[in-house]
Design a protein. Sequence first.
Length: 577
Amino acid sequence: MKISGSRVVVECLVEQGVDTIFGYPGGAILNIYDELYKNSDRITHILTAHEQGAAHAADGYARATGKVGVVFATSGPGATNLVTGIATAYMDSSPVVAITCNVPTSLLGKDSFQEIDITGITMPITKHNFMVKTVDELAETIREAFVIAKSGRPGPVLIDIPKEVTSAMVDFEPITDINACSESLAASKTNMNRVVNAAVPADEDIKAAAQLINSAKRPVIYAGGGIVIAHAEKELLAFAEKSDIPVSESLMARAAFPSDHPLCTWMVGMHGTKASNMAITESDLVIALGARFSDRVISDTAHFAPDSKILHIDVDPAEINKNIPTAANLVGDVKAVLNRLLPLVESRKLPVWGEKIQAWKKEYPACYDESPANSINPKFICEYIHKVAGDDAFITTEVGQHQMWTAQFYPFNKPRTFVTSGGLGTMGFGTGAAIGIQTALPKARVVHIAGDGSFRMNCNELATIQHYNLPIVIVVVNNGTLGNVRMWQKLFYGKRYSQTTLDFGPDWVKLAEAYGIAGYRAETAEDFAKAFDAAFASGKAAVIDAKVDIDDMVLPMVPGGKPIYNQIMSVSKEVQY
């Protein structure tokens, strides 16, 4: 059948199982939005307050469901407003397809109104991107983009379409078997073979890795976000339990292993637990699963696991030996690799090592200094939210102290229930992500824990939350400062608090009410409990302004560049580094 390019876009998205798009219209993309209007019974569109919010929403949708998130934007500033969201998805390996439209091809390169080279801008922060200059290649490009976005190590893909391509007519052949189409595309394109096909480790390499594991006396698992991406949580649990190996987690893996499990040592790295950091330091084998050895985890490279061998398992060969040299490695899907390793690893107990791990956990629990009476302790906030919301609630955060407190204190026990920006550290991420999750899973409960500094960057999305009646409870951890930066200024810059004090508006309760959302103010633990109970029970959107002391710190903390065993455990032991 002969249809327009805009109709091709819609039909291809329907083929891919897309049910929701986040975006913001404009002149160059009007033809596609007109087609969306005609097909509103097939695809839901969520209009956000800003394109960046739409990009984060598509990302949150992807992280919660494992499906590809889709975002639309127009040319020029519409497209550039997606950049931070695309980069966030890229750093955290989240499958997102961004579709932008540009000026007609005859106007490209002429500094035309709202023209921008968005493919050039996003080349370093996408897994791949396309400029579609003829309608004949549009359908295959869209199909290819979805294959690339969700295969191997997932990531964002951008498609830029000049406006006349969206109005041109073309013969369109629908497909019914998406999997067969994906395999056909992968087999027919050289670049797709590089991007799509995950390596399959040889049997002898699997056996050698199993031998390495079985011979270790002090092994520790360093679980990364790849566990969540590969849906390998059950395999990780079985592997750890069979071999009696403690599990330390990166920030992106905080919901990959049950927090209440005896083998869980919680987060590792700069703000990791003493148990995780010491387990890595004194281990004889670090088994890295879907992790990239970021600087926030390893800190001082020379003193990271100094007496340990490194076994690195990852789908992306570029990560192997990039930051830390390995004794052995397996390149492949971590779920598949664990399934092959599991029958070969010995069922055993490591009582001496286990006792040491438990001693660290008891001796050095997560720090919980008492806050002043007229403020709320961050640990209490996290624990109370979990008490009321339970294991099934999805928790999103922005970036900063509140994010680290959530990672340190919130007992995540179910996969994908923690959604945060790890690699890029994007302030402004969490509210959009919460919108994406709540849209994807309307029956789920979503609680967004935000810092007052971060929430300033995306509070315009309260309009989206109210308009679509999304029952997201937002807890603003309000300490009146850019807390993480202030903490560094306190420890390392002689308490020179340059431009970090936020002693000005808005009033979060009044702002929420201005958007038609319930607002609550909490200055004590009792206030917070009452406010959260009421907000959560209402089943409607709410904002809770929770007062936290300006000098509450995120501890433990490893000073930048120091070994991960060199942790500041108490404010009373501050050291000027």
